[in-house]
Design a protein around this ligand. Structure first.
Ligand code: FEO
Length: 392
């Protein structure tokens, strides 16, 4: 797309990546993404805020072809999807200075070999005048990396938030127009990128209360010209009470574990507990991450393979541990052939989760009556825990 005006002397540039389906060789992108770049032209100086992922560099450079000068390249975040084209921008605008947080400077030198004398570092709360427009830098560590910052454009009340409040969604809309679709994409993005840093994000949200933010322009996805709902959503995801929800990622090799999963699901639903199943061999891992934002309980369903949990169950457990959701209770169910250490192995993989582990249910081969009774007891225990915590 061509560059588009957002407000007087403020423009969107960048690239819509309709085709990308994986980020960081890990995160599914079912809706593609965008790399948003913003140009702010003050009466005296011009600033470019971030760049694009290097495969999209030609698009940005074409958009910049008729821009006579850039004085500052603001680098909010050193990850290459935003910083990777800074070297090309500097080669076209050799007098431009890279403005970054002190931590970002070292990372940009390390990752992109930008010369040290190209930098101006800015502290938290520092301002930079472009003449009739003033940029105020707000350090927002861990949204997404420790060096990340945002910029508040004082005269126009716009927060350029980088990954914060972003969403991986390719669209021709400049502004959020399909709020339901963006809500889902933003929640997916929060789950995959932000959830591990919930506590620090809460502090960053507090920090933003000091600003009269009338527009949020993130570095991925559409611009929030009515930003209240996305800030409310973040508050809920970060600090809201977990829901009356069991997330049940599972894998079954010959159907025994599947029978247990189905039985437990029915028993939980009978007791008023919502359940979301994720059959791991065919699961979009981003959907699982989104459900973990809300879940009060996780139950992992796995057969025993080579004396251990199935590798897909181990992967899901590793992921849940890394994402640090608000989950309060956890259990394990599954079938084994002749023995193993499935429970011990999985229990050892969740040091980050502050959970109460509820009695696991493992059965030998196909589940029998006593195994189903044990699953009924687990369903009762989960529903009681949810009730005691005011979730039902
Ligand atoms: Fe969009 Fe953390 O980079």
């Amino acid at each position: 797309m061509h560059k588009q005006q957002i407000k007087e002397k403020i423009y969107w540039l960048g690239a819509v990546d309709w085709d990308r389906r994986l980020f960081d060789s890990l995160i599914p992108l079912p809706d593609g993404t965008t790399y948003n770049v913003y140009l702010v032209q003050g009466s005296e100086k011009t600033a470019l805020l971030d760049t694009v992922d290097p495969p999209m560099a030609d698009k940005l450079m074409a958009q910049l072809a008729d821009i006579p000068k850039i004085d500052y390249v603001i680098s909010h975040h050193a990850e290459q999807d935003h910083s990777g084209t800074i070297p090309r921008v500097l080669s076209q605008f050799p007098n431009a200075k890279v403005v970054a947080a002190p931590k970002a400077k070292g990372m940009l030198i390390n990752l992109l070999k930008i010369p040290e004398n190209a930098f101006v570092t800015v502290e938290d709360g520092q301002t930079l005048s472009l003449g009739d427009k003033t940029l105020k830098f707000i350090h927002t560590p861990w949204v997404h990396w420790p060096e990340t910052m945002g910029t508040y454009l004082e005269e126009d009340h716009i927060l350029f938030s980088c990954d914060f409040f972003g969403s991986h969604i390719a669209a021709s809309d400049l502004f959020v127009r399909d709020q339901g679709r963006v809500y889902e994409a933003a929640k997916r993005y929060f789950a995959e990128i932000m959830m591990p840093f919930r506590n620090i994000i809460e502090k960053n949200m507090e920090k933003l209360k000091a600003y009269d933010i009338r527009m949020i322009a993130p570095s991925h996805g559409q611009i929030h010209d009515r930003p209240a709902w996305i800030m409310d959503a973040y508050r809920d995801w970060v600090t809201g009470t977990p829901h009356n929800l069991v997330v049940l990622p599972f894998v079954s090799m010959h159907g025994s574990t599947r029978q247990m999963v189905d039985h437990l699901t029915s028993a939980l639903v009978e007791k008023g507990v919502r359940v979301e199943l994720f059959n791991l061999p065919v699961t979009d891992i981003g959907k699982l991450a989104m459900s973990l934002v809300d879940a009060a309980t996780v139950v992992v369903g796995t057969p025993t393979v080579l004396a251990s949990p199935h590798p897909l169950a181990a992967y899901a457990t590793f992921l849940a541990n890394a994402l640090r959701p608000k989950v309060k209770f956890l259990s394990i169910i599954g079938s084994y052939g002749w023995g193993g250490k499935t429970v011990e192995t999985l229990a050892g993989m969740i040091p980050n989760l502050k959970v109460e582990v509820l009695e696991p249910v493992l059965c030998k081969g196909l589940p029998l009556g006593t195994d189903f009774e044990a699953l009924d007891r687990l369903a009762i225990a989960i529903s009681q825990k949810h009730r005691e915590n005011g979730l039902i």
